[in-house]
Design a protein around this ligand. Structure first.
Ligand SMILES: Cc1cc2nc3c(=O)[nH]c(=O)nc-3n(C[C@H](O)[C@H](O)[C@H](O)COP(=O)(O)OP(=O)(O)OC[C@H]3O[C@@H](n4cnc5c(N)ncnc54)[C@H](O)[C@@H]3O)c2cc1C
Length: 423
């Protein structure tokens, strides 16, 4: 991961009672966007981040090229968040991909659209963007307090924040935005430990679950040892009526990768209700069944042809794919061309469990959206706004996660401005 300068801590916060003072807790994409939007609106912004530097998950996302957003038409884009994500989709609609691209370019980071329609910064990493962003925040007067850990509220509803020396300060901002992230990759800062204080404060929180995650498969020891880390390229994965194309990677304990992540929500939910999920892997999605069967029949007719050779040469399968067929089928493979082709086009694989949330790309569950009004303010707690991955929404990979995190940070900040102005 790239390292960034650790921005300095700042003077003591304004005294309680300053009607323009807003605390933002969490220095990821949602919190930073909230801080920028608030500062531009002329508010006094103090940002608190528990880690020694900002945006660690954003930097980690940058390792994969930093897929910022997606270029598909807005209605299709919004549909990725599902029918229940009302205020999240509304926030994205108000700050759509085109605005995110313009914002990114405003920070000196031009973008491009990849062949899959995904949008990346040309630098293909997050550190130049984050560096320019922190400089902008400082120029706007945002006070950045690193190594400051929010610990909930006291009986009077004041924020409790532990500083680097462990001393807990009591803060009384006019409004607060929490942007505390989910629970995946906890070493990057966000670990879901906010669930207890928010639940204790009466907020309904749907249990946090892995999203865009890998799954456990009961591989034999030999198969896992030989093939872990190897990709199954250009496959189609089917669960029930849903089929996705992409790539999957064999891991020591199971399977992960783009095609698996794309189905991970229904896979996870199926396992939760049925104890397991059975998928079918089409190893040759571009070959019609009949054509594949005809090729296999011709190759099998050759005297002395071994099945492995037939599958490699006539069907074009990799050694991993051939062994996956054997591993998944369990018994000897059929030598009849039609049955063999059918198997290649639908290898049955049983997934036993989702990988732990700590290894997932993102988090499902979080604070119920019903607890918030349209401006992302907690209905029962005026002046408290929430944003980012800590809210109960989920979306596939493809730039939808960052887009919603940026957009809800901005929406919460706009909500704060409007709420303060109305008082
Ligand atoms: C490996 C990986 C790759 C990814 N790649 C992509 C991608 O290419 N495209 C995409 O769209 N999404 C990607 N994501 C997802 C994306 O990074 C997240 O959805 C996004 O960062 C969520 O933003 P957030 O601000 O809500 O939370 P976070 O980025 O997690 O920020 C939350 C911040 O709050 C701080 N915090 C938490 N609790 C406290 C506390 N009590 N006191 C003070 N501070 C606290 C944390 O330290 C953290 O800095 C990826 C995620 C991972 C793990």
């Amino acid at each position: 991961m790239d390292t960034l300068p650790t921005a300095a801590t700042t003077p003591a916060p304004p005294a309680g009672g300053d009607a323009r003072w807003v605390a933002v807790v969490g220095g990821g994409p949602a919190g930073l966007m909230a801080a920028e939007t608030l500062a531009r609106a002329g508010l006094v912004v103090r940002l608190y981040e528990r880690m020694p530097s900002l945006g660690r998950r954003l930097l980690m996302a940058g390792r994969g090229g930093l897929n910022l957003t997606h270029s598909e038409p807005l209605p299709a884009f919004l549909a990725r968040y599902g029918p229940a994500a009302g205020p999240v989709a509304a926030a994205v609609e108000a700050f759509p991909p085109a605005d995110l691209v313009a914002w990114c370019e405003g920070l000196g980071q031009p973008t491009f659209v990849g062949s899959s329609g995904r949008v990346f910064p040309r630098a293909l990493k997050a550190s130049p963007l984050l560096r320019a962003w922190i400089a902008r925040l400082q120029a706007l007067g945002v006070a950045i307090n690193l190594r400051h850990d929010w610990r909930g509220w006291d009986e009077g509803g004041r924020l409790l924040v532990a500083g680097p020396d462990g001393a807990v300060a009591t803060l009384e901002p006019a409004a607060t935005i929490l942007a505390l992230g989910g629970a995946s990759w906890p070493r990057l800062g966000a670990n879901g430990d906010w669930v207890a204080p928010l639940a204790a404060a009466g907020m309904a929180v749907t249990p946090l679950r892995p999203a865009n995650c890998g799954f456990v498969v009961g591989w034999t020891r030999d198969f896992a040892a030989r093939f872990q880390g190897q990709p199954l390229k250009t496959i189609a994965l089917t669960l029930g009526a849903r089929t996705v194309r992409g790539e999957a990677v064999v891991t020591a304990t199971g399977i992960e990768g783009g095609a698996v992540y794309a189905l991970s929500a229904p896979l996870r939910d199926t396992i939760a209700t049925e104890g397991r999920a059975c998928v079918a892997i089409d190893l040759k999605p571009d070959q019609p069944l009949d054509a594949l069967a005809a090729k296999l029949a011709k190759a099998l007719a050759r005297p002395g042809a071994s099945l492995a050779t037939v599958l490699r040469k006539a069907a074009g399968l990799s050694p991993l794919a051939v062994n996956l067929l054997r591993e998944a089928h369990g018994v000897a493979l059929p030598r009849e061309a039609g049955a063999l082709a059918a198997l290649v086009k639908a290898v049955p694989l049983t997934l036993l469990a989702a990988q732990p949330i700590a290894r997932a790309i993102s988090t499902a569950g979080g604070v119920n959206l019903g607890a918030l009004d349209g401006s992302l303010m907690v209905r029962d707690r005026p002046g408290l706004f929430l944003s980012g991955e800590m809210l109960d929404w989920e979306a596939p990979t493809g730039g939808y996660l960052l887009q919603a995190s940026f957009a809800t940070g901005r929406a919460a900040a706009r909500g704060v401005s409007a709420w303060l102005a109305s008082r």
